[in-house]
Design a binder for this molecule. Structure first.
Ligand code: TYD
Length: 227
């Protein structure tokens, strides 16, 4: 099934199933991915849990650069990561991750549950008003030879609720989390537009609902997929 840009196809021809979770920082993707994993494993499926950036050893090195590089402002060595370099780093992680981990698992007939995929790049890197969202998507599709998941769960949350959750969580913010609320609002709108463009791939769930209610909605959509 081609994506809206005429490229990209589900890659799980051999019985595997690929599900991605998307949404802003603090939307509860990790919790929901864990609940879905538990449910699928109880149903007898083998599940691989992974994430971008950082699902592989190469990816963890890239994650360190792209999320934690500190610009000192001191000449070329202290320059911040530019928009194009950032987009390419996420795409490089993605290329390696799909090739080394996702495709092989799907070919073994397993379920891959993944935190974030190319929609995150379109929403985050395509939102800075520097790069064109269509180009970002094309870059990721080139990197992965057109790989798209069967289902993408978008956990939709407003910037203020997400911020309150991240503040309650004691972890220091990374480069992208520390952006202003206006940025996160634009990211949210970008995610919603992506979901609207591909309703057959996406399910959108209100991330402020109780976790069990969200999990039930996700399960209903996955159950419809696996029959
Ligand atoms: P994530 O791993 O979900 O954060 P955490 O583990 O801290 O909860 O994502 C890290 C950040 O990377 C997040 O702010 C979104 C951003 N990101 C992009 O900007 N583009 C991308 O393509 C991906 C995959 C993530």
């Amino acid at each position: 099934m081609p994506g809206p840009l005429g490229r990209g196809a589900p890659v799980e021809a051999s019985g595997g199933l690929w599900i991605t979770f998307e949404g802003g920082d603090g939307s509860g993707k990790t919790t929901q991915a864990g609940l879905l994993q538990e449910w699928l494993e109880n149903a007898g499926r083998t599940v691989v849990r992974t994430r971008e950036p950082g699902g592989t050893a190469v990816g963890r090195s890239i994650r360190e650069i792209v999320l934690h590089h500190k610009a000192s402002g001191d000449g070329a060595d202290g320059a911040d990561i530019g928009a194009r370099a950032e987009a390419l780093l996420f795409a490089a992680d993605r290329a390696h991750h799909v090739d080394a981990l996702v495709r092989p698992a799907l070919e073994r007939g397993e379920v891959v549950i993944q935190d974030r995929y190319l929609d995150s790049s379109v929403a985050y890197q395509g939102t800075g008003r520097v790069l064109d969202p269509d180009e970002i998507r094309e870059l990721s599709l080139w990197a992965t030879e057109g790989a798209l998941p069967s289902l993408t769960v978008l956990l939709d949350i407003d910037a203020a609720s997400a911020r309150a959750r991240l503040d309650a969580d004691d972890k220091p913010f990374d480069r992208l989390e520390s952006q202003q609320d206006a940025f996160h609002t634009r990211v949210r709108e970008a995610f919603l537009a992506l979901a609207e463009a591909e309703p057959e791939r996406f399910v959108v769930v209100d991330a402020t609902l109780p976790p069990e209610e969200i999990a039930a909605r996700v399960r209903a959509r996955v159950a419809a997929l696996i029959g």
